[in-house]
Design a protein around this ligand. Structure first.
Ligand code: NDP
Ligand code: MG
Length: 386
């Protein structure tokens, strides 16, 4: 029997709903479990369309509404709530693969639980590897599970790496669109509003990653994600700004061959690849017309204006829990910016302050990471008041 059972944590977001789109064409992949945080509309339509028999609603504020909706629908499956509900969906006996499409650190614990239960991970939630890359990849090796990248750059690297051996790999060339403020200076950035930062030139994504793309923190997080996924040194990961977002990343081998993966900017492609790996199926994503694309261009990132990129490299090189500190500080600062509590340049200012304050090279155990998360967020919030 070729049917593959999957569950999705964070099914109602941008990646979650694009995963559902892929499932519409993939008749041999069955959705057996799904979580939403608060979006009951997606929950309802997903149950109706995919007959998913295990669901979780993680935001307890909407529990009553969810109960009412599900009983009115006459839902006959199992319903879970809160953090335990999330864990239940991540560890379902019948699922072979868990798609982690939650945003932020909330994805870490359920991903670890899923790996402990031997599930392969289709990983969109990059914060998991930024906060706890060593821990998670060691555990995955120990349990013999695969971490299949969904992030488009990492999927491109993963696909390109099949052209050679790891010992022949020299460098990863990570591409970046440059975001909506490419070419702008700090004077301009000081006046950036939420509305301006939420408009990405090439990709439609959730709010947090859209802000991260505009500060280049997204690329910084992806550098750390690549380090752990592909077991490379930070010195061997180089960022290329490629505004057309056609090449999704490249790898360079020891014989100077550079192998790239190209496609339209459409996340259904890397999602579909992760779900079918090592096979390829008929496309859900649109075809790339290279004549229409015309030119492919590359530039160096402006590291002085967009400080977040080097902050990520520095945190990565420092080791310990510093990438977890970077991640938590960024999550909190972006949240404060989205709530109009701080200005745009305060995002990186706050992250920089947190990195200075929490410069402790302590062992990155799950306990230490979760404790640092609480402390860093409280400190970041205190700076917003100041
Ligand atoms: P969205 O904001 O669109 O979706 C987030 C999902 O997580 C929703 O299902 C949301 O539920 C759920 N969620 C939010 N907070 C919590 C919480 N505290 N506990 C449990 N679930 C929660 O994000 P994206 O889909 O854009 O991104 C998801 C992840 O994928 C991120 O880590 C991002 O970096 C990564 N990624 C995204 C890409 C993209 O194109 N969007 C590309 C590459 C990576 P609800 O909506 O019900 O409230
Ligand atoms: Mg990406």
């Amino acid at each position: 029997c070729n049917v593959k059972n999957i569950s999705i944590i964070g099914a109602s977001g941008s990646i979650g709903t694009q995963t559902l789109e892929v499932l519409r064409s993939e008749k041999e992949i069955k959705l057996v479990g799904a979580s939403v945080h608060s979006n009951l509309m997606v929950l309802r339509s997903m149950i109706e369309e995919f007959c998913v028999m295990n669901v979780a609603v993680t935001d307890l504020k909407v529990r009553d509404d969810a109960e009412l909706m599900l009983s009115t629908m006459g839902y006959g499956g199992t319903v879970h709530y809160g953090a335990e509900g999330l864990e239940a969906i991540a560890t379902l006996d019948e699922a072979q693969v868990v798609v982690t499409s939650i945003v932020g650190m909330a994805g870490l614990t359920p991903t670890i639980k899923a790996i402990e239960k031997g599930k392969d991970i289709a990983l969109a939630n990059k914060e998991t590897l930024v906060a706890a890359g060593g821990l998670v990849t060691d555990l995955a090796r120990e349990k013999g599970v695969m971490i299949l990248p969904v992030d488009s750059e990492h999927s491109a690297i993963f696909q390109s790496l099949r052209a050679g051996n790891h010992s022949e790999l020299r460098k990863i060339l990570l591409t970046a669109s440059g975001g909506p403020f490419r070419g702008k200076d700090r004077q301009f950035l000081s006046k950036v509003t939420k509305e301006m930062a939420l408009k990405h030139p090439n990709w439609a994504m959730g709010a947090k990653i859209t802000i991260d793309s505009s500060t280049l923190m997204n690329k910084g997080l992806e550098v750390i994600e690549a380090k752990w996924l592909f077991d490379v040194d930070y010195d061997d990961i180089e960022v290329y700004v490629h505004p057309e977002s056609i090449i999704h990343s490249m790898v360079e081998f020891c014989d100077n061959s550079i192998i790239a993966q190209l496609g339209t900017p459409d996340m259904t492609l890397p999602i579909q690849y992760a779900l079918n790996y090592p096979d390829r199926h008929e496309a859900v994503a649109g075809r790339l017309d290279l004549f229409k694309a015309g030119r492919l261009t590359f530039e160096k990132p402006d590291r002085e204006t967009f400080e977040a990129l080097d902050m990520a490299y520095e945190a990565g090189r420092a080791g310990g829990i510093m990438t977890a500190v970077l991640n938590s500080a960024n999550e909190e600062a972006v949240d404060l910016f989205l709530k109009d509590r701080i200005g745009y340049l305060d995002i990186t200012r706050i992250i920089g302050e947190c990195l200075r304050r929490f410069d402790q090279r302590i062992t990155p155990t799950l306990g230490n990471i979760l404790e640092a998360d609480r402390e860093v967020r409280a400190y970041a919030r205190s700076m917003a008041k100041g």
